[in-house]
Write a protein that binds this ligand. Structure first.
Ligand code: ADP
Ligand code: MG
Length: 395
């Protein structure tokens, strides 16, 4: 076991790393953050911020020298960095698990090879692969294999011709073409797995997206017991097959009542932010525990919760939102990430309302969401019929 006051290394300095730093500090650890952004949210709180690239030799050398264990907050960390560090210091999750989650082709092939239910797809390596694609993949979505996030790097395509045009806009970089499902709703499971294979999973979360970005999450998800059980089982099995150690997020689609694994995130997940205020142990403490070889904490949900993301869009021309409205709600927890500039679509913070009356929580969350200027949700933008119904009631 790695015990306090040891120093832990974090690759990446965004909000997920910031919450890791907070959890680690509360437990008595020190944290070194590596991130090239001098104003990174986690770098500002860390004991030491190494402001350098993820393959910077000197910075990695310092991490290997000062840290007892190293983890990451984002899937696009170079696997060569994880590999080289792992020769000198404990690194979790492993380079091989991260490699699968950071590459859509490897990820889909992994799901396919292990018989996990997944959306039908084709790998597009070159222009000539497109005319050969199965017509059942249309209407589809073309997604670049690497570096896509929050709906970026993906285009909806109705025909092979459109897929070809979209492939060119991605400069012919490797892609997957996947069938576009008509979604009943989306859910996710965040869990932690330790190095001896114990798993502590949080309850299944219901997620509403807007323009490809998570808008809000409801927990427990309003789905059948069967979907709850299947998602929990599948998420555990994905973690085991990846040999994953740390906190993992698994995203699912439900379409025509059928469950599909969408993708995995080899790190804490935005849809797991409710765990900070609604669970005995949150997803970031679990990340610290798994990394340090401590027993995993109790993941029990002690309150129901609705989590709402605050994107830069809410900062009207840089003007701060009406925080008073949020603080006047006693069951609401506001989390701001300390980002210096509010850009459209940028995750600036979130709030969670916790309590026991699920319907009341959703109404409160949606009303506040509207009150601080998160534009009214339009049916075309959101993938969740049930939520829409509730939204209409909330107005
Ligand atoms: P990322 O989260 O890395 O940007 P995702 O593949 O999870 O990429 O896509 C983002 C969102 O776009 C999903 O949560 C979902 O709302 C929508 N989406 C993605 N793929 C499909 C699909 N095959 N069918 C329907 N909706 C999809
Ligand atoms: Mg996703």
């Amino acid at each position: 076991m790695i015990l306090p006051p040891s120093t832990l290394g974090m690759l990446g300095g965004g909000q997920l790393a910031r919450f890791f730093v907070i959890a680690a500090h509360e437990m008595g650890y020190k944290v070194v953050v590596l991130d090239p952004d001098e104003k990174s949210p986690a770098g500002l709180l860390a004991d030491k911020h190494l402001c350098a690239d993820f393959d910077d030799y000197e910075a990695l050398n310092e991490i290997a020298f000062t840290c007892s264990a190293v983890t990451t907050e984002f899937e696009n960390v170079p696997t060569s960095t994880l590999e080289s560090l792992s020769k000198r210091v404990t690194v979790q999750p492993s380079a091989s698990a991260v490699a699968i989650c950071q590459h859509r082709v490897m990820e889909k092939n992994f799901l396919n090879d292990h018989n996990f239910p997944h959306v039908p797809y084709a790998v597009i390596n070159s222009e000539k692969d497109i005319p050969a694609t199965d017509s059942r993949l249309y209407p589809g979505i073309l997604k670049i294999a690497r570096f896509g996030y929050d709906g970026k790097g993906q285009v909806r395509v109705a025909t092979a011709d459109e897929a070809l045009t979209a492939f060119k806009t991605f400069s012919l970089r490797q892609c997957i073409l996947e069938r576009r499902l008509s979604l009943d709703y989306e859910v996710s499971v965040v869990l932690a797995r330790d190095s001896v294979g114990n798993i502590a999973a949080f309850p299944t979360v219901e997620n509403a997206h807007r323009d490809g970005i998570l808008d809000f999450s409801i927990v427990p998800a309003r789905c059948s017991l069967d979907i709850h059980e299947q998602t929990q089982k599948l998420a555990r099995s994905v973690a085991e097959k990846l040999g994953f150690v740390g906190t993992l997020g698994v995203e699912f689609f439900v379409s025509d009542g059928i469950l599909y694994v969408n993708e995995m995130a080899p790190r804490p997940h935005n849809s797991g932010h409710f765990t900070i205020d609604a669970c005995v142990t949150n997803q970031f403490e679990q990340q610290v525990r798994a990394l340090c070889g401590l027993p995993l904490g109790n993941p029990r949900l002690h309150s129901k919760a609705v989590m709402v993301n605050l994107l830069g869009d809410v900062w009207d021309y840089g003007k701060e939102p009406e925080w008073r409205v949020l603080f006047s709600q006693t069951g609401l927890k506001l989390h701001l990430y300390g980002k210096h500039e509010a850009r459209l679509g940028r995750k600036m913070g979130h709030f969670t309302v916790v309590g026991h009356d699920a319907e009341g929580l959703l109404k409160t969350a949606m009303n506040i969401r509207l009150e601080i200027g998160i534009a009214k949700t339009k049916s075309s933008e959101i993938n969740n019929g049930a939520v829409l119904l509730e939204l209409t009631n909330a107005n």
